[in-house]
Design a protein around this ligand. Structure first.
Ligand code: SF4
Length: 326
């Protein structure tokens, strides 16, 4: 296993202009639908409160994703700090709330490589970018650097769905598996909960583009892990089964009913939303069942549903950087 300084030496022998080409997009930054025009290369930050560094909260093995994403050995997940959506109920709020001070979470590219390579050397075959929509240039640099160092895992783009189609097009051929959320079809809920009333149309267009690139069929390696394809995630929120059903209808009617869906019941109320009418409680079994029934009626049989007690098992603690899920 090479040291950080050995990796650094190898990285400096790569054409730096070519490696960091994508960073030009950071000034002015219009990478995501917020279109802030922030001069991130010169220290400015926009809505996502992120500059041009590698701000990463955790790089760890995650074995609790959908079976085709984790495979039998797990996936090396890179959790980006901050987010271009600010969902009030965010289950990863420790790393994703832009108002928090995350100044200690900057890494050099060599440090990022060192941590990923450490995990790949254990036999892990996939690298997942989690909440990457505000850091697409950093994603491209990480992929290019890993390939230049001789590693070729499957790359998984695990986003909130609030992505610009133009940016996704630039990932074609680099990303192997798309794992987007499709959170809302109701603009009012999208505005109230995530400060993004345009989310329904943006996410629909983004997911159509992902589908165009990789299609609905999941191609697996011998460990049962996705090498190519896509899975759409949807977290059913308490009190909002109708929104969930509308999301499923939109996917079935405007994209394809055979795209694998991960329909999640794992919502848990963080202390930030404990006082809110719906978000302050867990999901009821009847609400979840209503959405599962709708999914079946729409002929959507590919994918996964969860047990109602799953919220007890999916509560990461990012204070434990190397092991937030254990
Ligand atoms: S990535 Fe950040 S700075 Fe760029 S447009 Fe989106 S929110 Fe604004």
């Amino acid at each position: 296993m090479p040291s950080v300084s050995e990796i650094n030496n190898r990285l400096s022998s790569i054409d730096q202009e070519e490696l960091y080409e994508a960073f030009q997009q950071l000034s002015p930054c219009n990478i995501c639908p917020r279109e802030c025009n922030a001069d991130r290369l010169n220290g400015e930050t926009g809505y996502c409160n992120t500059d041009d560094s590698f701000r990463i909260s955790s790089i760890c093995i995650h074995r609790g994703e959908e079976p085709v994403i984790s495979g039998s050995k797990g996936i090396c997940n890179i959790f980006f700090t901050n987010c271009n959506l600010q969902c009030k109920y965010c289950q990863n709020y420790q790393i994703s709330f832009n108002c928090l001070n995350h100044d200690t979470e900057r890494m050099t590219l060599a440090e990022v490589m060192y941590r990923i390579i450490n995990i790949l050397e254990e036999g892990i075959k996939a690298v997942g970018f989690v909440s990457p929509s505000h850091d697409v240039p950093q994603v491209k640099v990480i992929i290019k650097a890993l390939k230049a160092l001789g590693y070729d895992p499957a790359f998984v783009y695990n986003s909130n769905g609030y992505d610009r189609v133009e940016e996704l097009r630039k990932l074609e051929g680099l990303v192997d598996v798309y794992l987007p959320d499709f959170k809302y079809m109701d603009e009012k809920i999208a505005e109230d909960y995530s400060d993004a009333p345009d989310y329904p149309q943006i996410a629909l267009n983004a997911i159509k583009e992902m589908y165009r690139q990789v299609g609905a069929k999941i191609h697996l390696n011998k460990d049962g892990q996705a090498e190519r394809g896509m899975v759409i995630r949807h977290l059913v929120l308490p009190g909002h089964a109708e929104n969930s059903i509308k999301v499923l209808q939109e996917i079935a009617q405007k994209i394809s009913p055979v795209i694998p869906i991960s329909l999640m019941s794992q919502y848990y109320p963080t202390h930030h939303v404990a006082a809110l009418q719906y978000l302050g409680r867990t999901l009821k079994k009847t609400e979840y069942q209503m959405v599962v029934d709708a999914m079946e009626k729409l002929g959507m049989y590919n994918g996964w549903i969860q047990d109602m007690d799953s919220y007890e098992n999916y509560r990461p603690d990012f204070e434990r950087k190397e092991h937030p899920f254990e």
